[in-house]
Design a protein around this ligand. Sequence first.
Ligand SMILES: [Zn+2]
Length: 230
Amino acid sequence: MANFISDLLNLCYPLVCAACGNGLFQGESVICTHCLYHLPKTNFHLQEGNPVEKQFWGKVPVFAATALYYFNKGQRVQHLIHRLKYQGDKEVGSFTGRYLGLELLKSTRYQDVTHVIPVPLHESKKRLRGYNQSDFFGEGIAESMRIPFIPDFLIRQQATSSQTRKARYSRFENMNRMFVLNEKYETQKPHFLLVDDVITTGSTLASCAETLLLTPDSRVSLATIAYARL
Ligand SMILES: [Zn+2]
């Protein structure tokens, strides 16, 4: 019944742009042509030592890091993320992922990426929401770059209250416990691309990157849809 109603709504209302909400013209999908040209792109994939990379300096040796858009400039990127995260609009993730993937292929620092790995969601959140919004974005990048997307490469540990208490005294111990590597995967000299929807403090991405770097001879780069400056 729910499907029938949504089909009916799609027939009654024209499809709209996920960023500005205006109707899409024929040949456009997900984001309208005007937004594609005017959304605030960071182009960080072309800039070594960009602000996202700087956030990890002295913390985790991240090889390269980028975000497709600035989060704070105007409402349209926020709208885009909201559509993906809370309204389950999977197409927003796939579309931005495919778009960024094509851009990354033009950058020498990303051309040799071997695997796309999403930041795993808390199981409780995933159950509630039914999906991990970063999966759609990661799948899109992997599709454009023609490399594997591995959603369960990292496993998020359930934090217990005793671990949370301990974490105040030993940050390193806490990081090792927050995520673990899935033992069923073996990789040779991998260059991981770790992906998430938005980067703010980068602390979750840092924990994930530290865990991925436990793989011998590995490198880790990062990509998100949006970058929220603090
Ligand atoms: Zn638009």
